[in-house]
Design a protein around this ligand. Structure first.
Ligand SMILES: *[C@@H]1O[C@H](CO)[C@@H](O)[C@H](O)[C@H]1NC(C)=O
Ligand SMILES: *[C@@H]1O[C@H](CO)[C@@H](O)[C@H](O)[C@H]1NC(C)=O
Ligand SMILES: *[C@@H]1O[C@H](CO)[C@@H](O)[C@H](O)[C@H]1NC(C)=O
Ligand SMILES: *[C@@H]1O[C@H](CO)[C@@H](O)[C@H](O)[C@H]1NC(C)=O
Ligand SMILES: *[C@@H]1O[C@H](CO)[C@@H](O)[C@H](O)[C@H]1NC(C)=O
Ligand SMILES: *[C@@H]1O[C@H](CO)[C@@H](O)[C@H](O)[C@H]1NC(C)=O
Ligand SMILES: *[C@@H]1O[C@H](CO)[C@@H](O)[C@H](O)[C@H]1NC(C)=O
Length: 246
């Protein structure tokens, strides 16, 4: 049996050799995946046959040398607890799948293939795969504090909030076709997902349509909200004045 330490050392030696050669052969692939989806991380080598696996060492690891999945002489060596039951490797094209993707899988992975030749392992190839994990923000909820006795031109505070997304978002707004700036606060909880709240103060003098858009990575979600000022004739003050005049 491999002890954890021996295995780590073995991987470190592998890394050491690779740092040297990867300057020449470095390949890098960037992938994007959403939390809960599955993702395929391609390696750089296709075995001539399934039976050939016993002549190879294949290891998928993170840049910090956490072993995600590793095969030596056709035997699965170890899967790090963090990835347990969520990863698989195709035994011929060496593509690793992760399902379901978690936010903590946001990492840089390396696939290293060594081939046994005359009793010694030689590097066949290595590839770096940068995995960017994205989590969807909820559809923003817009609410407005219209004072009860609002009348005529009124200052209104509008909130827009959305939660549970990654990476950190940008909030943008449109008010009757004009862009507006929201005062934005984004905070990450202990699971690293962001909640965002945005505020906007405006004068309600005419009918308005307001859009709040949460943009994160290449994605966005948005909501619309309509506000109508209370007609002057329904104003309590106007009614009160009307009464006092009687
Ligand atoms: C992985 O699956 C095995 C068998 O179903 C189970 O015993 C083990 O607890 C699982 N590990 C994790 C980390 O979920
Ligand atoms: C590798 O094989 C898997 C099936 O096991 C397939 O889904 C995947 O597309 C293949 N990848 C490449 C790069 O050929
Ligand atoms: C808007 O958010 C503030 C806190 O930031 C809160 O005090 C206020 O009640 C919220 N207004 C509405 C209409 O949700
Ligand atoms: C916004 O612009 C579009 C096209 O430019 C126009 O059709 C629409 O009436 C405008 N909406 C408002 C509220 O001004
Ligand atoms: C983020 O929003 C969710 C859902 O509204 C809530 O359960 C969680 O406590 C919030 N986290 C933080 C750090 O505010
Ligand atoms: C609303 O109108 C008042 C009076 O005209 C002005 O002082 C205030 O700055 C305006 N507020 C906003 C958010 O435009
Ligand atoms: C918000 O309104 C704009 C313009 O009327 C429209 O294009 C957009 O689809 C609406 N968005 C949502 C989320 O309803």
């Amino acid at each position: 049996m491999w002890s954890g330490l021996a295995l780590k050392n073995w991987f470190w030696q592998g890394l050491f050799v690779l740092h040297f050669t990867s300057l020449v052969f470095a390949q890098e692939i960037t992938l994007k995946a959403k939390v809960g989806d599955s993702v395929l991380l391609p390696c750089c080598y296709k075995l001539p046959s399934l039976q050939a696996l016993f002549k190879y060492r294949v290891y998928w690891q993170t840049k910090n040398s956490d072993v995600v999945i590793a095969y030596s002489k056709g035997t699965l060596l170890r899967t790090d607890a963090k990835y347990e039951n969520r990863t698989k490797m195709d035994l011929q094209n060496l593509t690793m799948s992760i399902f379901p993707v978690k936010l903590s899988d946001n990492d840089i992975y390396e696939c290293i293939v060594q081939e046994l030749e005359n009793g010694a392992y030689k590097l066949a190839c290595d590839v770096t795969v940068v995995l960017a994990v994205v989590a969807d923000f909820s559809k923003p909820v817009i609410s407005a504090d219209v004072p009860k006795d609002a009348c005529g031109s009124t200052e209104v505070m509008v909130n827009c909030s959305s939660h549970g997304g990654f990476p950190k978002p940008r909030v943008s707004g449109i008010l009757n076709n004009m862009s507006v700036d929201w005062q934005t606060k984004a905070a990450a909880s202990e699971n690293s997902l962001y909640n965002v709240t945005a505020k906007l103060q405006l004068n309600l003098t005419e009918d308005i349509v307001l859009t709040c858009t949460i943009e994160y990575d290449d994605f966005k979600v948005s909501s619309n909200y309509s506000l109508t000022p209370r007609p002057e004739k329904l104003c309590p003050r106007a009614m009160a004045l009307g009464h006092s005049r009687k």
